[in-house]
Design a protein around this ligand. Sequence first.
Ligand SMILES: Cc1cc2nc3c(=O)[nH]c(=O)nc-3n(C[C@H](O)[C@H](O)[C@H](O)COP(=O)(O)OP(=O)(O)OC[C@H]3O[C@@H](n4cnc5c(N)ncnc54)[C@H](O)[C@@H]3O)c2cc1C
Length: 447
Amino acid sequence: MGTVFTSGSREHHVVVVGGGFGGLQAVSKLRRAPVEVTLVDRRNFHLFQPLTYQVATGALSPGEIAYPLRAIFKRHHNVTVLLAEVADFDLDAHELCLRSVSAVPAPERLGYDTLIVAGGSHYSYFGHEEWRLHAAEVKSLESALAVRSRLLAAFEAAEAEPNADARDAWLTFVVVGAGATGVEIAGQIAELARDTLRHDFRAIDPRRARILLVEASDRVLTSFPASLSAKAERSLQRLGVTVLTGRAVIGIDAAGVTLDGRDRGAERIASRAVVWAAGVTASGLAGRLAELTGAERDRAGRVTVQSDLTLPGHPEVFAIGDMVRVRDVNGELVVLPGVAPVAMQQGRYAASVVRARLRGREHGAFRYRDKGNLATIGRAAAVAEIKGIRLSGFLAWAAWLVVHLWYLIGFQNRLLVLIRWSFSFATHGRGARLITGASTAADHRDG
Ligand SMILES: Cc1cc2nc3c(=O)[nH]c(=O)nc-3n(C[C@H](O)[C@H](O)[C@H](O)COP(=O)(O)OP(=O)(O)OC[C@H]3O[C@@H](n4cnc5c(N)ncnc54)[C@H](O)[C@@H]3O)c2cc1C
């Protein structure tokens, strides 16, 4: 198909790439504007990434944290959803080059008047792509399910393993990276082992599992004040997590992890279940936009946008969210965290610039309003910094619950997750402890 798809009307056509946190807000803010909007995503759903680690540890099911994009905008007739992958940009022609996904035919090109790109980011393995094979991450739904299978299969393998050393390796879980995601996963694996699974096995005692959280810097949760990092570390220790700070991972293979022990030399840890929660790199779309516009790119692959979130020389092209960094009106780089509120505020901002332009009005520069930082560690344990107020323990955990339920898309998902969490809190259970996927033995046998 060599066709160019336009909106089919004479309205201003806004194309939004990516139905993640940034893209979704941009489209929502344009849904009543006098524009035609096309939302392009290579997935047919919005994924609530802050809870993928709960899918990875069997606490939630995939459908509870993902919501179909079409369903979100079904009542908004100026919004069209297109399942396709953006392969390239033709900025001179104001067109996107598309590729089909899941064998669903897609137009080769899609024209726009305004383009908002929110392609997000993915985990990087610090130039060691071979580590990806042995250390899965939880960025996508598929990878979260792969982690879930690996974690649960490790307990099964330990139960069946007669050799004590090999059994210990199966029961050693290593989480790499002690940012919010790493801390949350380590805490959840500890609860899985100590609480949920404790009566499920006969040959092994899951409570004897070792959970190691490895971090290259000198404390966990470096985006929080040091006092909250210390509290988080104590909470992790209470759950049975061993925190190894100041230790860099220098090797990962099928049999374990090698750490740089600084003055102690390299240390080898036998483990069959490694979870990666370390470096993040921007979507390849950021690099392509940088090449085409001459915009700067940083080491994390982010393209630098101007203070109105547009690309140099292209006021009609916005880039937002995890894939960008911003230069303010004074030419200073603004360092913003790679979190959902930044992407959401940028999405809303880009939409309001489009609306202002249509009315012939000026719009000020983008300013981020930091509403705080939250991370949960386990049952009734979390840390939070909200407008300078530092919270920990139950209060922080309650704030975490409310914020996550509030931002989860879809009333049904909110209700289901609330019921799941209440039930799990009361019973210490996890309803989604399923080993699934192509790597299971049954699949190999049947295939
Ligand atoms: C495990 C994990 C836990 C996190 N926890 C938190 C948290 O607790 N709090 C918090 O604030 N933030 C958290 N974050 C960060 C937060 O999820 C991101 O900052 C946020 O998702 C960024 O939004 P975005 O719109 O830039 O990108 P995303 O939300 O990642 O959306 C990008 C979208 O673009 C689509 N896409 C990408 N490339 C293409 C292409 N070529 N063609 C078509 N579509 C494409 C993707 O399918 C996706 O739908 C977490 C992230 C992860 C991975």
